[in-house]
Design a protein around this ligand. Structure first.
Ligand SMILES: [Zn+2]
Length: 449
């Protein structure tokens, strides 16, 4: 164990779960704490939330003897929240400090809303403070390339957390103009960048990024539900600084798991979240190390606790101990979303993550869009590459080669159940897609009139 590597989340969680100072965290103490909190959350939800009173009826929810017993409780799904978020509340609406509205991708006009009390928001600020201490030092400045105008927004909460570390958080917002973001990095002498993977790749590959003094950027935090490894590697190469990943979603209270100095999987904020990995087809829990869907239960939320919430994100718990010596569990970097997979030729699954890893290493590529259509009875993969100039022909050739080397595509092409359409190049506003969930659009069911 390398002492100075230890994730700062570990001492923080020790104190949160009530261990005496200098008592090391053990899985036993954490399991005891989590079991107590799961029991309390189930009781609170059952007593105070109209949704859970009905949802948990007859499950003997209060009779959880071990953490494994949680498998007896039903899942909560995004559709449940979409149907009626207010029925989830465990407090009166006047106690809700912030409501976050998430645009749903479906055909309904309904939006998914998450409710947080002031106490819930404080949990997030506290997590940001401790998580960020991995990568920033007092006196440094962090440029936040995420939304931050509203009180309780991710940028606002992050700024509050950083202030407790004597670090200045400066909210830039989502990047709409790369030149303006680069100018701000230089003018404000920024040490650390926090943003969305594709947006930071766009900045790093912009011609004017060369004007940022060498060594100016000392660390980067990529925050998303899914970070392509190819983008992390490329940012490390271009800016020559460590790139940390954070996995989280609004439903988790924004924060979920963050890299330690070893940067090989995110340590989960286990005092606030109980995470399970399940087989998405059967709903059964899988052992540590096996891949599956991330399901979580909130342990400390007061406004709108969630029990066994299905995230749709695919990952696994890394069973080997972390080099930093932490007892906290590590989540492998999310491999994409269940909903994002398409079956080529009816049997070869390919996801946006597969395309990301193949295409983002290509020089000059800023982003891309992909779709699968049907033509003459076989699947047709169409892609548009976003770039800011450079030789288009070469990029197209390299992109086609990279795609043909993805195993699923290779097999589908060999079996002649797939064709790759001529690739399109576009220099238009690629930045606008920075906040939209990137996915392969499946147009095979679309009827052309
Ligand atoms: Zn670690």
């Amino acid at each position: 164990m390398e002492e100075d590597l230890l994730t700062p989340l570990e001492p923080w969680i020790c104190s949160k779960i009530g261990l005496e100072p200098n008592v090391p965290l053990t899985r036993t103490s954490l399991n005891d704490y989590q079991l107590g909190r799961v029991q309390a959350t189930v009781e609170q939800a059952h007593n105070q939330s109209p949704f859970y009173r009905e949802h948990l009826a007859g499950t003997g929810g209060a009779d959880l003897r071990t953490l494994a017993d949680i498998a007896r409780l039903p899942f909560t799904t995004p559709a449940d929240i979409l149907a009626d978020d207010l029925r989830f509340l465990c407090v009166s609406q006047s106690e809700i400090e912030r409501v976050v509205t998430l645009n749903s991708s479906g055909t309904t006009n309904k939006a998914k809303r998450l409710h947080f009390t002031a106490q819930d928001l404080e949990l997030t600020v506290d997590f940001f403070r401790h998580g960020m201490s991995t990568m920033v030092k007092p006196g440094e400045r962090v440029l936040i390339l995420m939304p931050g105008d509203l009180p309780g927004s991710v940028g606002d909460l992050l700024t509050q957390g950083l202030a407790r570390l004597n670090v200045q958080g400066i909210i830039h917002g989502i990047v709409r103009d790369e030149r303006a973001a680069i100018a701000e990095i230089i003018a404000r002498e920024i040490d650390c960048l926090v943003g969305l993977p594709v947006q930071l790749l766009g900045l790093a590959r912009h011609a004017e990024a060369a004007t940022i003094p060498h060594g100016r950027i000392k660390s980067i935090l990529l925050s998303a539900d899914y970070v392509p490894a190819a983008i992390s590697r490329e940012l490390e190469r271009i800016w020559n600084c460590p790139v940390f990943n954070h996995y989280g979603m609004t439903e988790m209270g924004l924060g979920g798991a963050v890299d330690c100095m070893a940067r090989c999987g995110g340590h989960i904020r286990e005092a606030d979240l109980y995470v399970e990995i399940i087989n998405p087809a059967t709903g059964q829990q899988v052992p540590d190390g096996e891949p599956g869907e991330i399901v979580f239960t909130t342990l400390t939320r007061t406004g709108m606790p969630l029990i066994r919430y299905r995230t749709g994100d695919l990952s696994r718990i890394i069973p080997e101990p972390c080099r930093c010596g932490a007892a906290l569990k590590r989540l492998e970097w999310v491999k994409g979303r269940l909903a994002g997979q398409v079956l080529l030729g009816g049997k070869y699954p390919v996801s946006m993550a597969d395309l990301d890893e193949a295409l983002f290493p290509l020089p000059g590529l800023l982003n891309f869009r992909a779709a699968v259509a049907r033509e003459n009875g076989i699947d047709l993969l169409q892609a548009t590459l976003f770039t800011q100039g450079g030789p288009a022909e070469k990029l197209c050739r390299l992109a086609r080669e990279a795609m043909e080397n993805i195993p699923a595509l290779q097999m589908a092409l060999a079996e002649r159940v797939l064709k790759i359409a001529p690739l399109l190049i576009s220099a238009q506003n690629w930045l606008s897609s920075g906040t939209i969930k990137r996915t392969i659009h499946d147009q095979r069911e679309t009827i052309v009139c």
